[in-house]
Design a protein around this ligand. Structure first.
Ligand code: NAP
Length: 318
């Protein structure tokens, strides 16, 4: 029997167990550092797991690559323009993570509104040991009946809107393109960004990170928000100006923030945002459930193997 060589794939790691199992015996994995060395014509795929930056220069180190497959929907770390210019299809995993990411957005919204983290600390250490800097220790803000503004009513944003309906929230949204086709079905109202920021109790960011959305929320936008408002970011850290947000939370321009993503990510130890009682920071775990990560692993590996075989990717973004 002839020994068949496996296609060679460069991936950043460590990969999840789900991805490793699916790739076992199907590809030969090479570490990300391989892209930093000599050009290698034998590599046929690149797999991005944990948002490594992938530029055209790095793509040129593997000139025969037939596919770039991303584990996740956000592809701001990959230069799509450079991939297109080189004729390399790029796959990602939209749809399968919408519910989990929207759930996370709601976790953060509820935890920030009801001061859950401070409450846990008080329960654990006692009110004498853990003294929140904010007054009125146990009082949070109401969620049901409040207004929610969704910035980016796409796949994940719509799932957020559906959850908000169950809490009797009044939902408005801002996109570049108004979605009149679904406004009545999902009971959502369109507002320009400045109006959304100025009128909502909760603002949830669900946009992709692009040149247009980088630092979309800075000093001017935070100044527009109500002092009782909470900002939730489940998009990408750089959609928000971190320094401006730190000042806004320190000086109580807004009530609180819940961040699944930050800029930089992770925040360095001792960063002022991590010292504040009115911000909850999670380590980018929006899609991190057993079930969703399994689906992401399956779709991203299907994209990878299809590209290597020269077939159409089940989900191609560029
Ligand atoms: P999507 O379906 O493409 O929705 C994105 C929405 O953002 C669209 O409604 C789009 O509408 C709007 N948008 C795009 N550019 C905009 C701009 N400049 N101004 C205002 N609105 C803009 O994407 P999705 O699947 O919901 O994912 C959204 C993002 O969530 C991803 O790109 C990723 O970065 C992030 N994400 C995070 C996690 C996590 O773990 N926290 C997990 C998954 C995804 P218009 O085109 O009409 O503007």
């Amino acid at each position: 029997m002839m020994f068949q060589e496996l296609p060679r794939v460069i991936a950043d790691g460590p990969l999840s167990h789900a991805v490793s199992v699916l790739l076992e015996g199907r590809v030969e994995l090479l570490p990300w550092q391989h892209l930093l060395g000599q050009e290698d014509e034998t590599v046929s795929g690149i797999y991005t797991f944990g948002h490594p930056v992938l530029t055209g220069d790095l793509m040129d180190k593997a000139p025969n690559v037939k596919v770039i497959s991303n584990h996740g929907v956000g592809v701001d770390h990959i230069s799509l323009k450079d991939a297109q210019a080189r004729g390399i299809p790029v796959g990602n995993t939209p749809g399968v993570l919408d519910g989990a990411t929207a759930d996370m957005g709601f976790c953060l919204l509820m935890a920030a509104a009801r001061r859950l983290v401070e409450g846990v600390e008080i329960a654990r250490f006692g009110v004498d040991q853990f003294k929140p800097k904010r007054s009125e220790t146990f009082l949070g803000r109401e969620i049901h009946g409040a207004s929610l503004g969704i910035v980016g009513l796409g796949r994940i944003g719509l799932q957020v809107a559906r959850r908000a309906a169950g809490f009797d929230m009044h939902v408005s949204y801002y996109n570049r393109n108004r979605r009149t086709d679904i406004e009545s079905k999902f009971d959502v109202t369109y507002k320009p960004l400045h109006e959304l920021l100025a009128t909502c109790d909760y603002i949830m960011l669900c946009v992709p990170l692009t040149d247009e959305t980088k630092r979309l929320i800075g000093v001017d936008q935070l100044r527009l928000m109500r002092p009782t408002a909470t900002l939730i970011n489940i998009a990408r850290g750089a959609v928000v100006d971190t320094d401006a947000l730190t000042i806004a939370l320190t000086e109580n321009w807004i009530y609180a923030a819940g961040l699944d993503v930050t800029d930089p990510e992770p925040l360095p130890k001792g960063h002022p945002l991590l010292e504040l009682d009115n911000v909850i920071v999670a380590p980018h775990i929006g899609s991190a459930t057993v079930q969703t990560r399994q689906k992401m692993a399956e779709l991203s590996v299907q994209n990878l193997l299809a590209g290597i075989a020269g077939a159409a990717l089940p989900n191609r973004i560029a």
